[in-house]
Design a protein around this ligand. Structure first.
Ligand code: TZP
Length: 211
């Protein structure tokens, strides 16, 4: 029998930020997004200490799994392993990718946040499973990364790499066709789901553009 190839990644990647939920509890907002079809979630709550983060992951992970979703922990390889997440999402100041891979082995996924076509190549060469490239558009959610990269850099990165590239930064439903036309595999979002007045509706709109 041929070995089974892994299931393809979902095309919509939701990043959590409990400061962007319009005062609604994160678990409830996330629950609605999952109901509407989100299947890939990064728990990204950078201001929590280790104990608080463990509590949150333990609270959210069963909810995400109930919906057959994949769970990624931002930055914390140790917690991804200990709490049995599907993978880790690394940023530039995280453990270097080869070290994270050594710790996680081949069965867990590693995503990397990148900001240029060159960093996409690096991620590919070092064995990342996917990257999140951005910010592509202007976004209030992420001031520190400065100027948006724009669709041209997204297109260059996609042409130069076979890795799945998720575009991030200011992506709403109406930007999805242009992002896909640039070669992106999918999109990663915070505010277009977490801040939406109708979370299920906004999630479904994004998914229908990605279908
Ligand atoms: N990395 C680049 S832009 C960004 C991150 C985490 C924030 C994306 O937030 P939004 O609200 O989807 O624009």
């Amino acid at each position: 029998m041929l070995p089974q190839s892994p299931a393809p990644l979902p095309r919509l990647y939701l990043l959590t930020d409990r400061h962007h939920t319009q005062q609604r509890p994160l678990a409830s907002v996330l629950g609605q997004a999952l109901e509407a079809g989100v299947r890939m979630v990064q728990i990204r709550e950078k201001d929590l200490d280790t104990r608080q983060l463990i509590d949150l992951v333990q609270h959210l992970l069963p909810l995400i799994r109930q919906h057959h979703g994949k769970v990624f922990v931002n930055d914390r390889v140790d917690l991804a392993l200990a709490l049995d997440a599907d993978g880790v999402h690394l940023r530039s100041e995280s453990l270097p990718l080869p070290i994270a891979r050594r710790m996680l082995g081949g069965n867990r996924l590693i995503g990397l946040s990148v900001h240029s076509a060159e960093e996409v190549k690096y991620a590919e060469n070092e064995g990342a499973d996917f990257v999140v490239l951005g910010p592509i558009f202007e976004t209030p959610s992420k001031q520190p990364y400065g100027h948006p990269l724009g669709l041209h850099i997204l297109e260059t990165a996609c042409q130069g790499s076979r890795l799945p590239i998720f575009a991030i930064g200011g992506i709403k439903t109406k930007q999805v066709p242009a992002v896909l036309a640039s070669g992106a595999y999918g999109i990663a979002v915070i505010s277009s789901i977490l801040q939406a007045p109708d979370i299920q509706n906004s999630t479904r709109e994004l998914l229908s553009q990605l279908a």
